[in-house]
Design a binder for this molecule. Structure first.
Ligand SMILES: Nc1ncnc2c1ncn2[C@@H]1O[C@H](COP(=O)(O)OP(=O)(O)OP(=O)(O)O)[C@@H](O)[C@H]1O
Ligand SMILES: [Mg+2]
Length: 462
């Protein structure tokens, strides 16, 4: 098992090679993969390197989680989006690894993710408030269904069908509009949400899997963290359990299963095309990734090539009877490793009223800074006057010489001071004003005359 840590913005890929299962043993299958610390080799001579390789036991998955996933999950409290997804052929162990159904429901990655989030909240410094909300949907035959609404209830059904995908960079990228959102306060709440969704998720027995997922399931955890009066960070964490690719003939599917299989394969083909586009140097330069070809790829737009720290479990069967599908998964998983995401912290967005207040605050702060500089200038001038005329007590002994026919000048312009040498006085004032002008020109973008409560003072004349 690899111990390379999860840092950087590239998608992390962990290969999970589960043991042979009863069905495969019954078929007389044997293992056709050679597993090393961070690579998997097929008997047909292909070898692929990953960020980690696991045999899928609880102990190994626990280490994999600690090394590669935990940091991504903890990052949601700092405003980083995260995605943990499982990809692979039907029956390869995706749902088992994610803990999002079957015999491993409420365990696997999902349980560890919930534990990490609430342990991190408990460790937060004082003055921190964290709000955690969840939504849980499935994409069944390219339609979004809300797994947190009762499909027997007509009102809820109407609401469920109203779930749409929206995209707005200012709202944090791609998001679900209209899905039921449930606030969760502890791990138990999360497990209840998961359980509720799992019960409604489309599953059916197929030749390859007793409890085959017939839909892609996405559990989203939204986390809003606020420390004191600072701006809140907002992050979303997707837990994605994809439906498995299947060879329709191998699966011997009929009727409904066949139609589902075709739709599942189409969604996964769209996903493969996006992975190809994101990892193909030429196409990446052109900038077109066909996210819009399916609802699945639209929803995973942030997870693959967008603003998310992502770890993908590439689940494979070791059986020689699945060699072709396994090779396909291993190839795509290996390509996915070079997908570069653009990770950034998400902050809460300000409303118009908040923006207006902020602009007023900025203007007032700038005005205060200017007035403070003016006070300093006057203070220095006063000091200079005192030094020049120690016996004259500065302004108290200034004799004003009124201009004939005009308003009296201020002491700064035409002071006549007892027996103080005028040249000395002017020189010290000039220096003080020069310093103020330099200060203003470097600190104040407005470069406007200083404004005092009594009017404007033009410093340009000195
Ligand atoms: N790591 C593992 N250790 C032991 N058994 C496993 C492991 N992973 C999966 N299995 C078993 O393999 C079978 C198929 O697993 P799972 O349902 O998770 O496959 P899947 O990839 O989700 O398939 P589908 O795409 O059809 O939903 C299950 O019976 C499961 O218990
Ligand atoms: Mg499954």
């Amino acid at each position: 098992m690899s111990t390379r840590s999860a840092t950087g913005d590239c998608v992390k890929v962990i290969a999970v090679v589960r043991p042979l299962i009863a069905r495969e043993l019954a078929l007389g299958s044997s293992e056709a993969l050679v597993i090393a610390e961070d690579s998997v080799a097929t008997k047909s001579g292909h070898q692929f390197t990953y960020d980690g390789v696991s045999r899928g036991s609880e102990d190994e998955l626990a280490v994999t989680y600690d090394v590669h996933v935990k940091e991504i999950v903890g990052g949601v409290l700092q405003g980083y989006n995260g995605s943990v997804m499982a990809y692979g052929q039907t029956g390869s162990g995706k749902t088992h690894t994610m803990g999002m159904g079957g015999d491993n429901a409420g365990a696997g990655m999902a349980r560890r993710v919930f534990d990490t989030i609430f342990a991190s909240i408990a460790d937060c410094e004082a003055m921190t408030t964290v709000k955690v909300c969840t939504s849980f949907i499935e994409i069944y035959k390219d339609e979004i269904r809300d797994l947190l609404l009762d499909s027997e209830d007509p009102e809820a059904t109407a609401m469920a069908t109203a779930v749409t995908i929206r995209e707005n960079p200012k709202e944090g990228g791609v998001y679900l509009n209209g899905a039921r959102i449930v606030q969760v306060n502890d791990v138990q709440d999360c497990l209840s949400v998961l359980e509720e969704g799992i019960l409604r998720r489309a599953t059916a027995e197929s030749t390859m899997n007793v409890r085959s997922s017939r839909s892609h399931a996405i559990l989203t955890i939204n986390v809003e963290t606020k420390v004191g009066d600072a701006k809140a960070t907002l992050a979303k964490l997707h837990l994605v359990d994809l439906a498995g690719s299947e060879r329709v003939t191998l699966n011997e599917s009929r009727g409904q299963r066949f139609k589902e299989g075709v739709q599942i394969n189409m969604g996964l083909l769209a996903l493969s095309n996006c992975i190809s586009a994101l990892t193909d140097a030429n196409r990446r330069e052109w900038g077109h990734v066909p996210y819009r070809d399916s609802k699945l790829t639209r929803l995973l737009q942030d997870s693959l090539g967008g603003n998310s720290r992502t770890v993908m479990f590439a689940c494979v069967s070791p059986a020689d009877t699945n060699a072709d599908e396994t090779l396909n998964t291993l190839k795509y998983a290996n390509r996915a490793r070079s997908i570069r995401n653009r990770v950034a912290v998400n902050f809460e967005k300000s409303t118009e009223a908040e923006l207006k207040l902020k602009r007023q605050l900025d203007a007032a702060t700038e005005r205060i800074a200017q007035l403070e500089m003016l006070v300093n200038v006057l203070h220095e001038e006063n000091k200079a006057l005192k030094q020049a005329t120690p016996e004259s007590h500065a302004f108290s002994q200034v004799n004003m010489t009124p201009d004939v026919g005009s308003t009296p000048r201020t002491p700064m312009h035409t002071p006549v001071l007892g027996n103080t040498p005028m040249s000395e006085l002017l020189e010290s004032c000039r220096k003080a004003r020069q310093r103020a002008v330099i200060l203003l020109s470097t600190n104040s973008p407005a470069k406007s005359p200083l404004t005092t409560p009594r009017g404007s003072i033009d410093l340009g004349g000195w």
